[in-house]
Design a binder for this molecule. Structure first.
Ligand code: NAP
Length: 372
C-alpha cells in the first residue's frame, strides 16, 4: 500500500464547477513531434472538467483506493505547520503541480524518509531540489509535453496583448470610456518586428511557428543550434547567446528551464543591452529574471512591457511588485493548466502510477531524476 500525498490548488471561490463553458474538448491523437499522448489503462474523470483543484483530485481517488492505496489531497503546502509538511514523513509518493508548487527543498527531502517518487503534474520540476532528490534516491518525473502547446498559445496571446496595448484598452471599454487616443498611444503592429526566443524547445519552437504568419523576423538562442535545413524551413536566425538576442529583438520570449545557467539570465545588465521599448514575455520561470531589475526597467521605460504567469515564490506575496508594476500583463500561473492540459497531465500521472505500481518502467521522456 502506498501513501500518495497530492498538493493541488484550491477550488474556485464559488465552488467546484457543476457545469462548464463547453460540452467537450478536442480529441488529439498525438503531440506535434509524434510523441504518444498519455495512455493509462483507464481514466475515472471526464476530460474537460476541472481536475487540478482539490476537489478534482486529478481524477485519482477511485483508482488509488480500489487498489488499496491511500490518497491525501491538500492545498496547504507552505511552512512547517502545513498539512503537506506534516504528512511528508509518511508519504511514499508526492504529486504537485508547478502552478501551486509543493516545494521539495533539501530540508524537506531530508524529512521525507519514505519518499520514492515525486510526480510533477505538468512540465518543469524546478520546485524539487534535483541534487537532493538524487541523493535520497527519489525519482522525479513530469508529464513532458502535456501543456507545451497550451503555454505556446498563451505566449502568442501575451505578445499581441502587450504590443497592441490590449488590456488597458479593454479597461477603457469596461469603465464606460471611448478614449481612442489613450488606447492607441502605446499600440503598435507586430508585423515587421524581430521576435526571439531563449530556448527552442517544445514551447519556444511552437511559439515561433505560430508567429511566422504574422510576417515577423524570427530569432533564437538555445543550448544547441539547429540544422541549416531546419533554420531555412522555418525562417529562423541563430543568435550566439542571450546578449545577442537581447541586442537584436523587439520582442523576447523566455522558454528555457530554470537551471544554474539560466537563473537571473535577465538581470539589469542584460536588460540594458536590450533596445529601449523591448517587450519581455516570461512563461518559463520567474527566476530567469531579476525581479527588481524588471520593475526598474518598466518604470524607466526601457522595457515597454512585461507579461507572463510565473512568479517566485508561488503564490507571491500580496505586495509583490510584479502585481502593480507599469505595463505588465501578469496573471497567476495559468497558461499550462487549461482544461485540456489538465486532462492530459492527469492522464499522464495515472499512466506513471500504473507503471510504477506494476514495477514497469516509466516512459523515458518523463524521467528527470532516477532510472525509468
Ligand atoms: P523542453 O521541450 O524541454 O525545452 C527546453 C529547451 O530549453 C531545450 O530545447 C533546451 O535547448 C533549452 N535550454 C536548456 N538550457 C538552456 C540554456 N542555458 N540556454 C538556452 N536554452 C536552453 O521544455 P518546454 O516544454 O519547452 O518547457 C520549457 C520550460 O517552460 C519548462 O522547463 C518550464 O520551466 C516552463 N513551462 C512553463 C509552463 C507554464 O505553465 N507557464 C508550462 C510548461 C513549461 P536544446 O533543445 O537546444 O538543447
Amino acid at each position: 500500500m502506498a501513501r500518495v500525498l497530492c498538493v493541488l490548488y484550491d477550488d474556485p471561490i464559488d465552488g467546484h464547477p457543476t457545469e462548464y463553458a463547453r460540452e467537450d474538448i478536442p480529441k488529439l491523437e498525438k503531440y506535434p513531434d509524434g510523441q504518444a499522448m498519455p495512455k493509462p489503462s483507464h481514466i475515472d474523470f471526464t476530460p474537460g472538467e476541472l481536475l487540478g483543484d482539490v476537489s478534482g483530485e486529478l481524477g485519482l481517488r477511485r483508482f488509488l483506493e480500489d487498489n488499496g492505496h491511500e490518497l491525501i489531497v491538500t492545498s496547504d503546502k507552505d511552512g512547517e505547520d502545513s498539512e503537506f509538511e506534516r504528512e511528508l514523513p509518511e508519504a511514499d509518493i508526492v504529486i504537485s503541480q508547478p502552478f501551486w508548487p509543493a516545494y521539495l527543498d533539501a530540508k524537506r527531502l531530508e524529512k521525507a524518509r519514505k519518499l520514492k517518487l515525486a510526480i510533477t503534474a505538468g512540465v518543469g520540476s524546478d520546485h524539487v531540489d534535483m541534487d537532493a532528490a538524487e541523493k535520497h534516491g527519489v525519482k522525479v518525473v513530469e508529464i513532458t509535453q502535456s501543456n507545451s502547446i497550451s503555454v505556446a498559445e498563451h505566449v502568442v496571446m501575451l505578445i499581441l496583448s502587450l504590443v497592441r496595448n490590449f488590456v488597458p484598452s479593454h479597461q477603457w471599454a469596461v469603465d464606460g470610456g471611448w478614449n481612442i487616443a489613450d488606447c492607441v498611444k502605446r499600440a503598435y503592429d507586430l508585423e515587421g518586428m524581430k521576435v526571439g526566443t531563449l530556448a527552442l524547445g517544445r514551447i519556444g519552437f511552437a511559439v515561433l511557428k505560430r508567429l511566422k504568419p504574422f510576417d515577423v523576423e524570427l530569432y533564437y538562442n538555445s543550448h544547441h543550434r539547429r540544422s541549416e535545413e531546419l533554420e531555412k524551413e522555418h525562417g529562423l536566425t541563430w543568435c550566439d547567446n542571450m546578449e545577442e538576442l537581447a541586442r537584436t529583438c523587439d520582442v523576447i520570449t523566455l522558454n528555457a528551464p530554470l537551471t544554474k545557467e539560466t537563473r537571473h539570465i535577465v538581470d539589469a545588465e542584460m536588460i540594458s543591452k536590450m533596445k529601449r521599448g523591448t517587450y519581455l514575455i516570461n512563461t518559463a520561470r520567474a527566476e530567469l529574471c531579476d525581479r527588481d531589475a524588471v520593475v526598474e526597467a518598466l518604470e524607466s521605460g526601457h522595457l515597454a512591457g512585461y507579461a507572463g504567469d510565473v512568479w517566485y515564490p508561488q503564490p507571491p506575496a500580496e505586495d509583490h511588485p510584479w502585481r502593480t508594476m507599469p505595463h505588465n500583463n501578469m496573471t497567476p500561473h495559468v497558461s499550462g493548466s487549461t482544461l485540456p492540459a489538465q486532462a492530459r497531465y492527469a492522464a499522464g500521472v495515472r499512466e506513471i502510477l500504473e507503471a510504477y505500481f506494476a514495477g514497469q518502467p516509466i516512459r523515458e521522456e518523463y524521467v528527470k531524476v532516477g532510472d525509468p
